[in-house]
Design a protein around this ligand. Structure first.
Ligand SMILES: *Cc1c(COP(=O)(O)O)cnc(C)c1O
Ligand SMILES: [Zn+2]
Length: 423
């Protein structure tokens, strides 16, 4: 453990000591963690990883920490589900769902980035942690701050879903609800961070935080039998996760851990009501046009994404692409995944499933290609999305006669009509 050389500017290559900062002083480019891959190559192996804990920390040699995790030891190693019935629906024989809807402890992929960020916060000596969030990040910071005994402030747009708000308060976090969109929350947090000197998971700790997402990619490759898939469809908010999945595959390749080459095509998924990244990919634009979000997919509604440029670049460079879907389509996506695979995802997952369907209809995938859908959050957190579409009936009397009547009326007769009416 401890193979971090320092930080390096993604744009100009300037090097920095390991420290809680995220912007290059010379060119304002984003900073990335630089690793000593030669040293990692000497220690890492499939056998060592396979013998490790059943969590993201089996990849500790490739994560930007200097010692063992101080919080979130159980995060990650979520199921990679072979999606037979959804695959049949989409005409795909090798479709998989990487299911972070059941990540520990707060049911989204954000538990990965937060486990790393708060471990780093402790290493740097911070006692107060914070974040600017569209919901899931706040939940995870709140929970893992409680686990680690940090003082915790989470900043969220004031119109978030109820369960995402409760999912902060229950852990005792101080919740700052801001009347504004995420980009305004984020700008405020940059100022708060400067003034109060707190560890903001996704601002001053962003280089470390972002690399927690690599574990999602490592797991996909290991769970496919040490191979990279042909296609991955990824929901985008700030655009960080989508850059880290291919980075994970390339690192594994460089370290000699994979069978076969990495030719993975990466696709961005967004809601049409907030699609700065997918519209950039689809139009071939060179600059990102910020937007004001208008979608129920709030967890991925970032109008001015920090890594938007790199996100669209990775879609183009890998030969993948991007699509976006309406709120109605994303709700259909949630229901399709639930009714074919028994997995209830939140709005962002509905976007990803609906975008995958769209891409399949466009003929982007070969029938036997290995396709992975990134499911990043849990439907129990956003019941608002489907509540109006699902009717809850009043109760019946506890008698067989009452059930017979109910069965005739609600289940047999409607189906009979369907049979009688020619399609
Ligand atoms: C935050 C989030 C994303 C996207 O994360 P970025 O790395 O910011 O693009 C995707 N899905 C869900 C459910 C999220 O909460
Ligand atoms: Zn720079």
């Amino acid at each position: 453990m401890g193979y971090v050389l320092g930080l390096r500017c993604r744009e100009c290559g300037a090097e920095y000591e390991k420290q809680p900062t995220h912007v290059c002083e010379l060119c304002f480019g984003p900073l990335e963690v630089a690793y000593d891959y030669d040293a990692i190559k000497k220690t890492v192996s499939r056998e060592k990883i396979e013998a490790g804990p059943r969590s993201m920390w089996r990849y500790a040699d490739l994560l930007p920490v200097d010692g063992p995790p101080s919080v979130g030891k159980q995060v990650g190693f979520t199921p990679l589900v072979k999606a037979e019935r959804l695959g049949a629906e989409l005409g795909l024989n090798n479709l998989y769902v990487k299911n972070d809807a059941v990540n520990h402890p707060t049911l989204s992929f954000k538990d990965r980035v937060v486990s790393v960020a708060l471990t780093k916060a402790r290493e740097f000596g911070f006692t107060t942690v914070a974040c600017a969030s569209t919901g899931n990040l706040a939940n995870s910071v709140a929970a893992q701050a409680a686990e680690g005994g940090f003082d915790c402030y989470v900043f969220i747009p004031s119109d978030l879903e109820q369960n995402k708000v409760l999912g902060n308060l229950i852990y005792g976090a101080k919740v700052v609800a801001v009347d504004g969109v995420y980009d305004e929350v984020n700008r405020l947090c940059a100022e708060v961070g400067d003034k109060y000197g707190w560890a903001f998971a996704n601002i001053n700790l962003r280089p470390f935080y972002g690399d927690g997402s690599k574990s999602y990619g490592y797991e996909i490759a290991e769970q496919l039998g040490w191979r990279a898939p042909d296609h991955v469809i990824v929901p985008c908010a700030g655009g960080s996760l989508i850059t880290k999945i291919p980075k994970a595959f390339r690192e594994f390749e460089k370290l000699g851990l994979l069978d076969g080459p990495v030719n993975t095509k990466i696709y961005a998924a967004q809601a049409s009501g907030c699609n700065p990244i997918t519209s950039m990919v689809k139009t071939g634009a060179e600059v990102l046009r910020p937007q004001r979000p208008n979608t129920i997919a709030k967890s991925i509604a970032i109008g001015n994404p920090a890594d938007g440029y790199y996100a669209s670049d990775i879609c183009r460079k890998t030969g993948g692409g991007a699509e976006d879907v309406t709120d109605d389509e994303l709700i259909d996506g949630i229901r399709l995944l639930a009714q074919t695979e028994g997995i209830w995802t939140e709005t962002a997952g509905g976007v990803t499933v609906a975008v995958t369907r769209k891409l399949a209809e466009q003929g982007r995938f070969g029938r036997d290609d290995v396709v992975v859908i990134a499911i990043t959050g849990n439907g129990l957190k956003t019941p608002e999305a489907v509540k109006d579409r699902l009717s809850v009936e009043l109760g019946i009397a506890p008698t067989l006669a009452a059930f017979d009547a109910e069965y005739e009326l609600r289940y047999r007769l409607p189906n009979l009509e369907k049979e009688l009416v020619p399609a």
